[in-house]
Write a protein that binds this ligand. Sequence first.
Ligand code: ADP
Length: 727
Amino acid sequence: MSSAPAPTRHHAPGVRASLALLVIACILPVAVVTAFLIVHFYQRERAQLIDHTISRARAIIAATDRDIASTQLALQMLSTSTMLLKQDLRGFHQRATGLVDQLGADSIVLLDTDGTLLLSTRRPYGAPLARLGRAPLLQRILASGRPGVSDMFIGPLNGRPIFSVGVPVRRAGATVMTLNAIFTPQRLQHVLSEQKLPANWRASVLDTEGRVATRSRELDTYAGRQVSAALRQQLASASESGLATRSLDGQDVYLVYSRSTRTGWSAVLGIPSEELTASLYRTLAWLVSVTLAALGAGLALAWLLGGRIADSVQALVAPARAVGAGASLAIPPLHFREANELGHALRDAALSVRQARADMRESEQRLALAANAAHLGIWTRELSDSRIWCSEQWRALFGFAPEQQLSLADLLAKVHPDDRAAVRDTLNHTQHGAPRYDMEYRLLLAGGEQRWIGSHGSIEHDAQGRPLRVRGVSLDITQRKQAELEVQQKQKEVTHLARVAMLGELSGALAHELNQPLTAILSNAQAARRFLARPAPDLAEVAEILDDIVDEDKRAGDIIERLRRLFGKQDMPRQPVDAGALVDGVIRLVRNDLIHHGLTVRTELGEQALTLSADPVQLQQVLINLLMNACDAQAAPQLSDGVIVLRCARDGDAVLFSVIDHGPGIVQETLPRIFDPFFTTKTRGMGLGLSICRSIAGAHHGTLWAHNNPDGGASFHLRLPLAEAAP
Ligand code: ADP
């Protein structure tokens, strides 16, 4: 029987899928780590760029501060002009006009403390001038007495956004006027261009209110425009910082600024967001491309290699199956050394299997030949499902068709109804313990034919000791059984013939056997008559004598019945017989004879109750015969002490009855013949008693023998099996 095949993993991945997984497992982590490093590097780069940009913003605002400061210095020098001291405003106008270009200003104006325009280089001297009013810068200069710079405002003369740098004009320590240089946004553009910023960057200088004082791009459009409130709030909260926002021209930028502590103005640089992230995206795109390319190449390789491995393995599947089936192999050359080695191993295995199968076939043939020659049917019965495998010989034996599926029920159905229960019991018993069994039973075949089967089975166990199956052989023992039955029949007939042959002689035996009870009845009757003839007869004694007469009469009837059976062919009925009770009964029956002979019997019984399976009257007959012979032997009282011993004891699995007398013993030469029929040394003897006794002992599977006692007299022993040991 082969062991159960290992369960197949239906969802196990193929070689290609496994290799593809391997490729992915190798490449993806590398790609992820690289992406992480790239992002990390990008963040560092970005931080550096922002730091660098903040430095540039700082440089721009510093340049702006310097510009304003140098303007203020020039204005302060102009404010100390003697022409102004001498109220020579014409000359001062001329001087100031000369300075306008040097300062790169739009104009220079002189205001009194009320904000009245006293002079403007934009107007010819003496032309009427507007009153500007007390602008915030004027107020600041008057309040602090220090130079200042205005926020962006719309110029009253040119209507365009401008800013002004102003200084106080002092007379005797008091500010009496302010001298201002008016600048257009273009004036500061150089502080941006000097930084040589990338063309797509946004750069601006904002006043304290977040209005554009100058700008690198589209200055005309955005000059004086105020940036968003969010940005203004950010500008107010920290002197330097960066934030992602949208520029005035709608560009997404990362904005970096630096605020001047002197003027409160800020330089703002906007790096287009896309520029900031472009390199990252480019690098990441590169990484993705490389990863995809590596994955593609790896997967293609995995596909190719996986296919080759799968092909090699697949190419070995059919040969491996062929090994199991014992067929020959054709293994093509394979792609891999290991696969080729496996192919060689399979080829070797196939050779071994073929050889083993051939050996097995041969041994099976030998076994089948032997089984056929011996008319043996071979079978195996699985205990799990009662399936039966059997040889053709067995099928023929049991009368099953060659292809018929067989079960235990089919088998039992064939068994003779009288034997079926016993067969079922034996089979069940085997299943539950006994390692092997032998049984004989009959089959009832179609047409009523009976066939005797001898079956030998032995059980096989698994590793845990659980019964697995029973194997065995069955053979037709009908001839042997018939021969046995014939022998038994013949024996019966022989016995019968022997008995018939003996019938003539045994009629004498009948007289012999009946002689004893009849004699006893006669002597009892005579005794009764004597008792009754007395003048005062003892009626109790008479009644006892009459009871004895009745017992003797019954025994005579029994003897006749037993002899009738003995001469007929019936088997004697057996019944449990207590050995002690048997001895007591015998003593009661022979008591009168003994008294008559002046003898006594000493019984020696063991304490243990011993039970025989026997015909009690026949055993009585034997013991009475032996006691009567002992009685005859001790008839001359001078020869003995007048005591006969009747002993009953256990002897192994048997009961041993012994009758021991103290007579003259048996003449040594006659000892071998005393059990022969008609051997007697007595003048009135028949010589049948011991012969009948021995045949009764034999019928009870017992033995009867005699020997002389060392101290005189003879002993007769009857050994009978105990009931439990009796066959
Ligand atoms: P019968 O009593 O009619 O002679 P048996 O078959 O009973 O026939 O006995 C055969 C012979 O065995 C006897 O004749 C006798 O010689 C001898 N025999 C039997 N029992 C005893 C005994 N207890 N002592 C001596 N001899 C005996």
